[in-house]
Design a protein around this ligand. Structure first.
Ligand code: SF4
Length: 346
């Protein structure tokens, strides 16, 4: 393991008295000389901002793309997945807290030294079709994302963000429109549909996430949305109906919505695992809002992960765990009736 080293940061503005304003995420931290931003991985040194996690991934794996989860993007392929330490949120229910939270708490930043070219070479060697920036929050390792994605794209790999959606508009614009830009697909957490939840449970705000989802749609990224259903905190029927209506109206009814089962983790240990009935009721709320592709994850049940043709109801993609079987799909269309399905299939 290597420890944090510094690399010039991008997307920041110098201010008077050697302060620096970071423009990477919607916290827009003003960072004093010698201090770090809220994420704990961007530091002001003599009036200039540096990132402490460039070329320092702390988690690297080859995953099925279904694990991100992305269900309408190159199904059945593997994606080279990486993340550094750090996050710009402080969710009490974080399922990756040992990776995301230490820098915020002033603890050590560690990882494996790997330059963007090393990561792209490893992705190609492992037969992956894409690179996913994931595990923690890719916004806070933007410089590594940008440089790796550019090299990856030149080698014919696609790039995926798995994100909490709290970046800045400048960050999105720097990554650019699909397909010419650096990112082709994103799975975005929409953790709840209340400002109170985001402020009290995540140390962030809902409004920028909603604006960024619409911004990503304008950029032409393929978007899938995930909501972790936490009993008693974000699973009220009215809230889920509003959240589903937002997806349907602002992102479109073809946007997949993944409902994920909660299990107690990190600081949130006084809540039970999400009951199956809650997951099924939420799926019905999504369908009632007109969403055509609503999936249940982190749980097993009949048809929880299957993709049905909305026209003839044939199963076009069958999923067991993270394995996808696409016997009902041909060139992105339902084999039974010929309807084209939304997504990126090849
Ligand atoms: S990435 Fe966000 S949290 Fe980190 S320094 Fe920049 S504005 Fe602050």
């Amino acid at each position: 393991m290597a420890v944090a080293h510094s690399h010039p940061a991008r997307l920041w503005t110098p201010l008077k008295n050697h302060d620096a304003q970071c423009r990477l995420c919607s916290h827009f931290c003003i960072v004093k000389p010698g201090a770090r931003g809220k994420c704990g991985v961007r530091e002001n040194r003599d009036g200039s901002l540096f990132t402490l996690v460039y070329g320092l991934p702390a988690a690297v794996n080859v995953d099925p793309v279904e694990k991100k989860p992305l269900y309408h993007f190159l199904p059945g392929t593997r994606t080279f997945s990486l993340g550094t330490m750090g996050c710009n949120m402080s969710c009490t229910f974080c399922q990756n807290a040992s990776l995301s939270q230490p820098p915020r708490l002033g603890r050590g930043i560690t990882g494996h030294l790997a330059a963007p070219a090393d990561l792209v070479a490893a992705a190609l060697d492992s037969g992956c079709k894409s690179i996913s920036y994931t595990y923690s929050e890719p916004t806070i390792f933007f410089e590594l994302v940008e440089d790796t994605a550019r090299l990856a794209q030149a080698k014919g790999l696609r790039n995926i963000l798995v994100t909490n959606g709290f970046m800045s508009p400048d960050c999105l614009d720097a990554l650019g429109p699909s397909p010419a830009g650096l990112i082709q697909a994103a799975n975005v957490d929409l953790k709840a549909f209340s400002e109170g939840f985001y402020q009290e449970r995540c140390g962030a705000r809902l409004a920028p996430v909603l604006a960024n989802l619409k911004h990503m749609r304008r950029l032409g990224w393929w978007i899938e949305v995930t909501t972790l259903l936490i009993p008693g905190l974000n699973d009220a029927p009215a809230e889920l109906a509003d959240l589903a209506a937002f997806i349907g109206t602002e992102l479109g009814p073809d946007t997949p919505w993944h409902l994920s089962r909660f299990h107690p983790d990190y600081k949130l240990t006084d809540r039970p695992v999400t009951p199956h009935e809650t997951l099924i009721a939420a799926r019905k709320a999504g369908q009632a809002a007109g969403l055509r592709y609503v999936y249940i994850g982190n749980a097993s049940g009949p048809g929880f992960g299957d993709t049905l043709c909305p026209a003839c109801q044939a199963v076009v993609l069958n999923r067991e765990g993270f394995q996808a079987e696409s016997a009902g799909l041909a060139d992105g269309a339902c084999k039974a009736c010929g309807l084209g399905l939304p997504g990126i299939w090849s």
